[in-house]
Design a protein around this ligand. Sequence first.
Ligand code: MN
Ligand code: MN
Length: 466
Amino acid sequence: MNTLIKNGLIISSNGRFEGDVLIEEDRIVSVKEKINIEETGTTEIIEAKGKYVFPGVIDPHTHLEMPCRGTYSSDDFRTGTIAAACGGTTSLIDFELVAPDKTTKEAFSAKHKLASEKSVIDYGFHASYSVFNKQINSELYDVVNSYGSPNFKLYTTYDFKVNDKALINFMLRAAELGAIVQLHSENNAIINIMNEKFEKEKNLGVEYHPRSRPNIAEEEAVSRAIAFAKFTNAELYIVHISTKEALRKTIQARKEGLNVYVETCPQYLILDETCYETKGWDAAKYVISPPLRDRESCNALWEAIASGNIDTIGSDHCPFFLNGTKDIFGKNDYKKILGGAPGVETLLMLLHSEGVLKGKISLEKMVEVLSTNTARLFGMNNKGEITVGKDADIVIFDPKQKYTISYKTLHMNVDYNPYEGKEVTGMPYMVFSRGKKVAQWNKDKVEFLGQAGNGKFIHRKPFKPL
Ligand code: MN
Ligand code: MN
């Protein structure tokens, strides 16, 4: 079946024009100013005058049904990808922490089963590791070249943190294989020392969560990782950067010609540390790591997107019920609150409303950091652009549609939203995943129209710098 999208404003990372897009089965087969209906054999014509047409969002950072301290993040591959689709996201890459006694192949095969049955949009996996050993060293070749996951994620904090030697070894191997190392960067010793101090002082309220993870913890870990990238010549990707100080280090490193890529998330752009002043248990909504920061950091991050110093935006979607899950170990100690927040569905609406409409970034930049760059960095060669031959992952976006954010009308499986009550302008009007309509605006919210199991694994290719 063919679908012709007429008269939309087609936005790419390097410009815009009013024109038509023709979809045949699951591919884009024509993009030009005017496509004649007679030529196409079209069965469905969609009028998109006054609307934007751009590539589906690619979320490089989600945690669906992630095991965490005896429970799981509350969105699985069905609810999480339904929410993604309704927000205009047509691909996501989810993390899998490979236990030291398992192979990546075993870990991935369990994940393939979960995702292939439930997913409504296309998906990929990032492997993450806590130790470096001979077996992993040899398996990394296959992870990059056969398993379609040419990058790996490491942490400098949490129980599964890597030590410096392992980090360097992973980077050396990544450099050999043409893989990217993604890093959650916070200095674990600083966090431990702050935790011990607050424990002794009996300062355990939610407001001590951000104080236990100060800006310098991120700055230190990012600086160290940059030094190791310089030593190993590895491609380094800093996930969810949150502070102006760490950002400054990455900008400096890029000036020196190092291959340092940077991701941030809407929460670090839009929300700030004043959220922790929220009274009572409600502040636990914002217990995420890294924590929300000062307003200067938010501003610096927006500027860095505009100036090309931030490459991608991910959601770090990791929802837990505020009442019933975040509190399973009690409400009286910030360290026991399950960390994470929902975000996969609100990524695009927030970037547009808070970024584009407030004049902080252009539409083209929005498309670049939400889709085009993400596809390029993570080797998704059929995604990220509205051009002939690419997968028909397309958002038709109504820039005037208003919507008031509420967990009640969003699709994420969780009992709150960090932006509850916030009005945004601009919402997905229709969303296509490989040519199939998966979501559509209906009266006052986006309605899901896709089908579980339609999502396919994206076999990604190693990144080649331009
Ligand atoms: Mn993280
Ligand atoms: Mn994360």
